[in-house]
Design a protein around this ligand. Structure first.
Ligand code: NAD
Length: 485
């Protein structure tokens, strides 16, 4: 039997055990083949409520364990991710349509997230504060209780574990709601790993489901913090609902990141970086380069080289063929991508490459002579599409880059790194890469966006400590003081 046995996953994970979900079950479909990989439960509000209660009960004991015990569970989880990397990688490839390199990267980051979280358990629990009184005054960090994690379909392994691992390490319990299209790499596999690593029953629950389960999680009174990753439109709903329940939310939302190519950049390398930034994982990454801004002196050569590059990239089933791009997740996502491309061409853009599809396999697409008001430039496409817009000076580049509601990642490619940094200072963005493309992730680095991309950078040790603990003021005196009355 395999470590991640799909045949047993026809439900939810409640207190470490498999149970049927109240919303029934749905097939887990492999986007590349339309084949069925297994089944997933579909949780409803009742499933979420049961999990929240069980999690709150289990959390008290878990928070009482020593930091060494919690760190050891996280270290074992990291080791188990590495030991079962091959099987986990296959699930990522088949469930999400990722190419093997992308899946390997996701598995590597997942292990690192566990190791970083193990180190988080060792951190000091607070600070000794100044005080004018004869007493000890302490800032003490305490777990928030139960954390609700909601993750999307695109890179579910990383986007679930990057919240689950630190939350658990800091003494919280977690109710995790993965997207029901990707419940294995987004949830069940994590539950299997953490159970094997020795996490006590009840500390982690997995309730795959849709909007109903998500809203139930946000509204449930026992769930004190929500870590949400997904679309900006959904994030707004989550934030509104959370506000009604006076609940803290961390939002990692959409993007439409600019990749700026200055005239002094090495154009061959810029084209390769631009192609990677736009086409990796079929453009289904929040940090995908959604807007290429290119100096007019090199615009024509950049566009033709990028189109040439795109036209040679192989697209197909990443599980069986050595391809650069796999399938989009489903037909509704493909139709959305194609509508944005055809609308943009209809508005006068030139299709320099791609723009066609076969089933869920969308050709890498380059759009030239694009204006900022055109659909594929103005909106997050979440597909393998590179709209390219020219600029004439740095001021115009900054103004174009700023002209987006999003602020997640920014790339500037130039022969003069300091000039790139000065340009970056003028553009709001949670992440900046000078001389690299927009898609990067490391467990030790803060990650997050500003503006419509979310509530700012959170990950990395210090960010997670703030996200998954409350600060308590504690004072101690040797004797009770005498009061005037
Ligand atoms: P989505 O918002 O549709 O779904 C994300 C999750 O929210 C899923 O689990 C879904 O079931 C759940 N959900 C749906 N409606 C809900 C509701 N009303 N209340 C609570 N939960 C609800 O996102 P998607 O289209 O599946 O994912 C792609 C989006 O996610 C893109 O916009 C992408 O940029 C963004 N994303 C952001 C990051 C980041 O770190 N900033 C990372 C990956 C993806």
């Amino acid at each position: 039997m395999s470590f991640f046995d799909a045949n047993t996953w026809d439900g939810k994970i409640y207190s470490g055990r498999w149970q049927p979900a109240n919303g029934g079950s749905i097939p887990i479909v492999e986007p590349a083949t339309s084949g069925v990989l297994g089944r997933s439960g579909l949780a409803d509000a009742t499933d979420v409520a049961e999990a929240a209660v069980a999690a709150a009960n289990a959390q008290r004991d878990w928070a009482g364990t020593s930091f060494e015990e919690r760190a050891a569970v996280l270290r074992r989880a990291g080791t188990l991710v590495e030991q079962h990397a091959a099987e986990l990688r296959d699930w990522v490839i088949r469930e999400t349509g990722a190419v093997p390199g992308m899946a390997d990267f996701a598995v590597g980051v997942a292990a690192q997230e566990c190791y970083e979280a193990a180190a988080l358990a060792h951190r000091p629990q607070g600070e000794i504060l100044q005080t004018n009184q004869p007493r000890l005054s302490l800032l003490r960090r305490v777990p928030v209780g139960v954390v609700g994690v909601i993750s999307p379909f695109n890179v579910p392994l990383i986007l679930s574990i990057r919240s689950v691992a630190p939350a658990v390490a800091l003494g919280n319990a977690v109710v995790l709601k993965p997207d029901p299209r990707t419940p294995v790499s987004g949830g069940f596999a994590l539950a299997r790993i953490f159970a094997e690593a020795g996490l006590p029953e009840g500390v982690l629950h997995v309730v795959p489901g849709g909007a109903e389960a998500g809203e139930a999680l946000v509204a449930h009174p026992l769930i004190r913090v929500i870590s949400f990753t997904g679309a900006t439109s959904t994030g707004r709903k989550v934030a509104e609902l959370a506000a009604r329940h006076l609940k803290r939310v961390h939002l990692e939302l959409g993007g439409n990141s600019a990749l700026i190519v200055l005239a002094d950049a090495d154009i061959d390398k810029a084209v390769s970086a631009g192609a990677w930034g736009s086409f990796l994982h079929q453009g289904q990454i929040c940090m995908t380069a959604g807007r290429h801004l290119v100096h007019s002196a090199v615009y024509d050569s950049y566009v033709s080289a990028l189109a040439e590059h795109a036209s040679h990239l192989p697209v197909g089933d990443p599980f069986t063929a050595p391809v650069a791009l796999g399938p989009l997740i489903d037909s509704s996502q493909r139709d959305k991508v194609h509508t944005l491309v055809t609308d943009t061409v209809g508005a006068g853009a030139r299709l320099a490459a791609g723009g066609t599809f076969d089933d869920l396999f969308y050709r890498p697409t380059v759009l030239a002579e694009v204006r900022p008001d055109m659909a594929a430039y103005a909106q997050e496409v979440f597909g393998p599409v590179a709209p390219v817009v020219p600029f004439t000076d740095l001021e115009e580049a900054a103004s174009l880059a700023r002209g987006s509601a999003y602020g997640l990642s920014l790339s500037i490619l130039t022969g003069d790194a300091m000039r790139g940094l000065a340009l970056a200072e003028q553009i709001p963005s949670g992440i900046v890469h000078i001389n690299d493309q927009t898609v990067n992730d490391e467990a030790v680095a803060p990650f997050g966006g500003v503006l419509d991309s979310g509530t700012g950078a959170r990950f990395g040790g210090a960010g997670n400590l703030d996200a998954f603990t409350e600060q308590r003021w504690v004072t101690l005196r040797g004797t009770i003081p005498a009061y005037p009355f």
